[in-house]
Each structure stands twice: as structure tokens, then as C-alpha cells.
Ligand binder design. Structure first.
Ligand SMILES: [Zn+2]
Length: 378
């Protein structure tokens, strides 16, 4: 019996996008969904109560950061991640692989695992597929990830082929090491870069191993948008309909829509909180930089179409002032808005799927937000 199960409720007649329910040990969540990222067991600046109030479902946390600090044993002693950070909704952890691989030259990939140095104190560390699962078993999130290699883009077919084979061997080892299948669902990760044949091979081999869900990795690593959308198509066509699909690390507004159209159910990204702290906001009428002089005496809400705490209580002039004065409250308010914007966008996408009009919704969104969103980070 798997810890989670996916219930397909409706397929959009216009686009083929899926609306469904993901049943988890910590509650049911509707998909497609956006998952806010709480890297170090906190979504920066936002309390769990505030996350609930903005209708967040799954919250993500990063294994690499928690492993290094405070350590998985401390989290386990606290009663697991949910209790440690006081979030009783569903949670997801990654394997730590993405952070380790992004360390570049300081890490060494071997068949047994990855050797690297800690970013905190330079200590030599080792992460294996088994270790990644054991740490995640102690953290206790509802959904956990296999250790995979996130290969650079671009790379040669030869390199990617070796990498995919290793990722498959690691997926198998991780699955065998998983000790808490009743409460935690382990996902396999489809890699293969921009190579259609390797995406197909990786997806098919993972499906044979029968994971309760599948992730699409190795996207959003510098490839053009059309290449990324091709990578999604190449993976998803071989994934079973009765299992959730998670596109890792992707949360640009247009990518939520394009991903949903391609059959993705789950998205995550640090972008909304990261850019908010620099005064960059996503709104229903496009991108806003709150630093702009023109907001100095603008006493209207940041986004009149947004129902978040920030937009229903404060003005652009006030938000600009707080940001200029580098006030902590300003960073909180801007983060709350951006996270709610993506959660609301996911709600609107689900609504459009249920009404078989996601194609029209996409056009309406682009008319308001700006069609150059394909070329921008968000
Ligand atoms: Zn808002």
C-alpha cells in the first residue's frame, strides 16, 4: 500500500491537461498545484498559519540544507519535519542531489555516490542513493525523491547515456533502501536531458520499477523554453496516468500553464520568495518592480485582483516605502503576495481545466501578463 495515491478527476477537452486529487497522509490536495519552497524548514518570511490562509497544500523542504543543518537526527527527535516546523499539511523533500551537483568542480561522482565538501564548513561529505533515502526517512515528508544526477545542459549523448544508467541504478538502490513506504511515497526521477530516446528509456525503466509517482528532472538548467517543453513531452508520454507527475524546480507563471497543458500535476520553485525580497512581484497585469518611482504616491493595492493579505491591507506606496527602508515586514508582505499569486494561478488553472477552457485561459493570461514572459525568468 502506497502512502499516496492520485485520483484523476477530469481531463480538459481543449488541452488534455489533468485535474485531480492527490491523497496524502497529511490531507488531500488538488492538482495541478504549486508547492512553495521552505528550503531550511521554513518558507522564508511566511508562517505555516499564513501558508494555510493562502491555501497552500504541499510545502517543499530541501534535504541537503537540513542534513547539513540542523541534521536529520535533530529533526527526527523533534518528531519529524511536520512537527519541527509546525506544518500539518503534506510535505515533500528532494534528495539533496540537485544542490550537490550544482557545487560543480568540488564534487566527484562515483558509482557508489557523490563526494563533495560542505558549503558550511568545508568538511568532506558523501551522499549515496541509500543515504539520501535514510535522511529523508528521518525527515519524514509525505513525498520523497530518489537520488539522481542532474546533468548539465548541454551535454553529449554519450555523457547523458551514462548518467541516465547511473540514475536508474541509483533509483533501484534507493527504492530498496526505503524503510517507510506506508507513510512516505518515493518518486523516481526521469532524466535524459534534451535527448528524446534517453527520456523515453529512463521513463520506461522507472515505470517498470513501479514508483508511486514520477518527477521530471534536469529541466530549467539553462535550456531554451521550447527545449524544456519538449523534455516534458518526452518524459510524460511514457508515464502512467494513475500516478502524479512532478516537474522539479519550475515555477515561472507561464511554465505552470504550459506544464499543466502537457500533463504535469506538481510544480515547485524558490522564485516567488527570492525575487520578492528584491522587490520584484508577479501580478495579474504583469511584472512589477516596487522600487519604481511611479509608486511613490500610489495608494492603490499592488494587485486589485489578488486576495492575499498584502493586497487586501496595504498600498503600493507603503510597500515601496518598506522596501526602500529595507524593513523586514516589507520582505514578508512581498513574499506573501508572490506565493499567493502562484497558488491562485494554480487554482485558476484547475478551474479552467474543469471547464475545458485552459487554452482560452492561457491566451487571456498572456494578454494581461505580457507575451514576453516566455523570454523572461518570470
Ligand atoms: Zn496579493
Amino acid at each position: 500500500m502506497s502512502a499516496i495515491w492520485y485520483e484523476l478527476k477530469h481531463v480538459c477537452k481543449a488541452t488534455g491537461a489533468r485535474y485531480g486529487i492527490l491523497h496524502t497522509p497529511h490531507g488531500d490536495v488538488e492538482t495541478p498545484m504549486f508547492m512553495p519552497v521552505g528550503t531550511a524548514a521554513t518558507v522564508k518570511g511566511i508562517s505555516p498559519e499564513e501558508l494555510k490562509a493562502m491555501n497552500a497544500g504541499v510545502v517543499l523542504s530541501n534535504t541537503y540544507h537540513l542534513w547539513l543543518r540542523p541534521g536529520e537526527d535533530i529533526v527526527a527527535k523533534a518528531g519529524g519535519l511536520h512537527r519541527f516546523m509546525n506544518y500539518d499539511g503534506p510535505m515533500l523533500t528532494d534528495s539533496g542531489g540537485f544542490q550537490v551537483f550544482s557545487l560543480g568542480k568540488t564534487r566527484q561522482i562515483k558509482e557508489e555516490g557523490v563526494y563533495f565538501k560542505s558549503i558550511l564548513d568545508g568538511k568532506s561529505l558523501f551522499l549515496s542513493p541509500e543515504k539520501a533515502i535514510h535522511i529523508q526517512n528521518k525527515l519524514g515528508a509525505d513525498i520523497i525523491m530518489s537520488l539522481d544526477e542532474c546533468a548539465p545542459y548541454p551535454c553529449t549523448h554519450e555523457y547523458m547515456e551514462d548518467s541516465v544508467e547511473r540514475t536508474l541504478r541509483w533509483a533501484k538502490r534507493g527504492k530498496e533502501a526505503h524503510q517507510n513506504t506506508e507513510n512516505q511515497a518515493l518518486f523516481g526521477i526521469v532524466q535524459g536531458g534534451a535527448y528524446t530516446d534517453l527520456r523515453e528509456h529512463c521513463a520506461k525503466e522507472l515505470v517498470k520499477m513501479d514508483f508511486p509517482g514520477y518527477s521530471i528532472g534536469g529541466t530549467s538548467v539553462g535550456e531554451p523554453k521550447d527545449v524544456m517543453y519538449q523534455m516534458i513531452d518526452d518524459a510524460i508520454r511514457f508515464l502512467p496516468e494513475d500516478k502524479p507527475r512532478y516537474l522539479m524546480g519550475v515555477g515561472n507563471p507561464i511554465d505552470l500553464i504550459e506544464g499543466a497543458i502537457r500533463g504535469v500535476d506538481m510544480f515547485d520553485c524558490v522564485l516567488p520568495t527570492r525575487v520578492a525580497r528584491h522587490g520584484a512581484l508577479m501580478t495579474s497585469y504583469g511584472r512589477v518592480n516596487i522600487n519604481n518611482e511611479k509608486y511613490k504616491e500610489d495608494f492603490t493595492p499592488l494587485d486589485p485582483n489578488c486576495d492575499c493579505y498584502t493586497c487586501t491591507h496595504y498600498t503600493k506606496a507603503y510597500l515601496r516605502h518598506l522596501h526602500k527602508a529595507d524593513e523586514l515586514f516589507g520582505k514578508r508582505l512581498l513574499s506573501i503576495h508572490n506565493v499567493r499569486f502562484l497558488l491562485k494561478l494554480a487554482e485558476d488553472i484547475r478551474d479552467a481545466i474543469r471547464h475545458d477552457r485552459l487554452d482560452k485561459f492561457k491566451e487571456e493570461f498572456l494578454d494581461r501578463y505580457g507575451r514576453d514572459v516566455y523570454e523572461r525568468a518570470f
